[in-house]
Each structure stands twice: as structure tokens, then as C-alpha cells.
Design a protein around this ligand. Structure first.
Ligand SMILES: Cc1cc2nc3c(=O)[nH]c(=O)nc-3n(C[C@H](O)[C@H](O)[C@H](O)COP(=O)(O)OP(=O)(O)OC[C@H]3O[C@@H](n4cnc5c(N)ncnc54)[C@H](O)[C@@H]3O)c2cc1C
Ligand code: SF4
Length: 324
């Protein structure tokens, strides 16, 4: 049985208190929400914080509301709360569907929206217990120096694998970050960096408090996910798609891949191909072909990376087909 290492646990009740404790802890600290990602990582000694700041008692983080016509979702909302929220289901069905594809019902009753956005990147050489990783002399992401996926690579290529992220970026959602020095709102897209180790632009002391969804007018979004087992599995290729229309004409489109790099990948060429046209079999087929180019999965998750690349066009076609 894998045991957690020793650590000091704090259970603040307000955002201000949580931010202060985390800030004082410095590099030894970590936030934990549902713990469905952090605690297994701690058991495998991939993350070893000495101070853990629990967020589950911070009620302010578990609220949903409305501001300037935008739906605000607290980062501490359980995934199952987001999945079943009638406002999310009615106005943002693509997001509700993405959340419903995460893991299993018991884990969605524990895991939070914020924890999902900040999920650690994944790799077959890293998602292993300590002894397994020790046997291969570890890797650059933790305790080692080399990348076993691409030994010549100067950076870790572990994969962005959170289900909500591609569809939130496609929708143009924003994130609110709070620290002792104040708050800042950024596009969810700008939260990610293409580096498997340093994969978020959020400072370690910053608390993600809210995800802000855009007004639900004139656009629709969808999500498609490739995984081995339908019952539960992380995505090894995923597509978030959003299309804005006036009448039948597409005025804007956003297509985002997950599961193929350390950050989500925008498909700019495919997006451009859709604008000014009707969303039909012909425009979708052209966009789907253009989507395959920027999809460069590595050999570090389930399935052959060549097959995952090949599947990109099919999954983009399916995600756009959901929006016709
Ligand atoms: C068996 C299994 C299957 C899974 N399948 C999937 C899947 O299919 N798809 C998927 O996307 N995920 C999957 N997960 C991962 C995980 O359950 C979800 O991503 C979940 O949403 C994580 O949320 P959490 O609250 O438990 O995160 P935690 O473990 O509490 O935190 C995750 C990270 O986010 C940080 N963090 C959390 N909240 C905040 C905040 N408000 N501000 C700043 N930092 C914060 C933590 O410090 C930590 O680094 C799976 C996990 C398991 C164990
Ligand atoms: S991509 Fe390379 S460095 Fe990153 S976790 Fe995998 S083996 Fe380690």
C-alpha cells in the first residue's frame, strides 16, 4: 500500500486566509481541493509539499452566480455540481458534457472544477510509483535529468490531460486568480504553458477562485474525447470546438486540442477555414483535414501516437458535426 508522506494540513475558511497560509508556506506549500490528483501524486512522491492548504471548507469557492451576464463558477465546485447545474446544462451543454466524461461518479463527487483546470500533466514514464521510477533512474519531471520519451529534449513533454480545458478555451472562458497582491482575470487559454513541468502561468501562491463563462449568445460549443475505456479514462486526444454564427454564416470559430502536448493546442488554420461559410459537410471536412497538421502527439500516453494523430481529423469532424 502506498502511504502519504508526512505534511502539515491547514483548513482555512476564507479565501484571504487560504492565500495567506499558502503565501507564507513558500515553495514547500500546495493547495488541495478534492485531492483526487494531488494525493495520489504525493503517494507516488511526485509532489512532496510539507504544508497543504485544504480548500474544501472555503464556502466562497463553491458558489455559482452571475456577473455582467456571465455565469461564474467557483473553483471549489464539485465536478458533479457543475455537471448537474441546470444553468450549465441549459446554456453550456458542451461544458456539462466534458465534465460528465471525467473519471467516474465517485471521483466527480470529490474532484473540483479548479483542480481539473490545474491537473498535473501526464506521462507513462511519470505516472508510476516511486520504485518504478527509481528503477529507470527517474526522469526530468521529478528527481531525474533525462526525458525518456525524447532523450534529446531540453524540456519535459508530459501531456495536458484535463477534460474541461479544451472546451473552456474554445468558449473563451476566463479565470480569476487571487493572491496577497490582489486579483487578476486572465483568459483560460493564457493559464497554460507548453512545458510539462512548469505547465501553468499561475504563480504557485495564486488561488484560482472562479471560472467565468461568456454570455451564451450566438455561439455553441462541443467536446469530444478519445480514451481506451468508455467507463473512465483520461483523454489521450480531445477536441473543444466553438462556433459563432450570424444566420447560417460562421463569424468566428475556435478549435482546441487536448492530450497532444503539454498545453492545449489552438487550430488556427482550421478555424480560419470555417469563417464566412456555412457549417456543412464541405467546410467541416476541410477544417478537419487542416486540424491534423498541428496535432503532434508524443509516444507517452495510451495508444500509438501515430494513430492518435490520425484520429485528430475524425474527432474534429465529430466535434464540429455536433454544432451543425
Ligand atoms: C482514477 C482517476 C481517473 C481520473 N480521470 C480523469 C479524467 O478522465 N479526466 C480528467 O480531466 N481528470 C481525471 N482525473 C483527475 C482528477 O480527478 C480531476 O482532474 C479532478 O478535477 C481534480 O480535481 P481535485 O479537486 O481533486 O484536484 P486536487 O487534487 O485537489 O488538485 C489538483 C491540482 O490543482 C491545485 N489546485 C486545486 N484547486 C486549486 C485552486 N482553487 N487554486 C489553485 N490551485 C488549486 C492543487 O494544488 C493541485 O496541484 C482522474 C483521477 C483519478 C484518480
Ligand atoms: S515527458 Fe519526459 S521528462 Fe516528462 S514526464 Fe515523460 S519522461 Fe519524464
Amino acid at each position: 500500500m502506498m502511504r502519504l508522506p508526512r505534511f502539515r494540513y491547514y483548513a482555512p475558511r476564507t479565501i484571504a486566509e487560504a492565500v495567506a497560509i499558502r503565501s507564507d508556506a513558500g515553495p514547500d506549500g500546495a493547495y488541495v481541493a478534492g485531492g483526487t490528483d494531488l494525493y495520489p501524486n504525493m503517494k507516488r512522491r511526485q509532489q512532496t509539499p510539507k504544508v497543504v492548504v485544504g480548500l474544501s471548507r472555503v464556502r466562497e469557492l463553491a458558489q455559482a452566480g452571475e456577473r455582467d451576464g456571465r455565469l461564474t463558477l467557483g473553483a471549489g465546485l464539485l465536478l458533479s455540481d457543475v455537471e448537474h447545474d441546470p444553468r450549465v446544462r441549459a446554456a453550456y451543454p458542451g461544458l456539462a458534457h466534458a465534465v460528465s466524461e471525467i473519471s467516474t461518479p465517485p471521483l466527480r463527487n470529490m474532484g473540483t472544477l479548479g483542480g481539473n483546470l490545474l491537473l498535473d500533466t501526464r506521462c507513462n514514464y511519470y505516472d508510476q510509483n516511486y520504485e518504478w521510477r527509481q528503477a529507470i533512474d527517474f526522469c526530468m519531471k521529478k528527481d531525474g535529468t533525462i526525458c525518456w520519451v525524447a532523450p534529446g529534449s531540453p524540456k519535459c513533454l508530459a501531456v495536458q490531460s484535463a477534460d474541461t480545458v479544451p472546451v473552456l478555451i474554445a468558449m473563451g472562458a476566463r479565470a480569476l486568480l487571487v493572491s496577497r497582491s490582489g486579483e487578476r482575470e486572465i483568459a483560460v487559454e493564457d493559464l497554460y504553458r507548453n512545458d510539462g513541468i512548469d505547465y501553468v502561468t499561475k504563480r504557485p501562491d495564486e488561488l484560482l477562485t472562479e471560472v467565468l463563462l461568456p454570455k451564451p449568445n450566438g455561439w455553441r460549443a462541443s467536446y469530444r474525447k478519445l480514451r481506451r475505456r468508455g467507463a473512465f479514462d483520461f483523454p489521450v486526444l480531445s477536441v473543444g470546438a466553438a462556433v459563432w454564427r450570424e444566420g447560417e454564416t460562421v463569424t468566428k470559430a475556435r478549435l482546441v486540442l487536448g492530450g497532444v502536448a503539454s498545453a492545449p493546442v489552438r487550430l488556427a488554420a482550421a478555424e480560419t477555414l470555417l469563417v464566412g461559410r456555412k457549417l456543412d459537410d464541405e467546410s467541416i471536412a476541410e477544417a478537419a483535414v487542416a486540424a491534423a497538421g498541428p496535432s503532434r502527439p508524443m509516444d507517452n500516453t495510451d495508444f500509438s501516437f501515430l494513430w492518435r494523430k490520425e484520429m485528430t481529423s475524425k474527432f474534429v469532424r465529430a466535434a464540429l458535426g455536433d454544432l451543425v
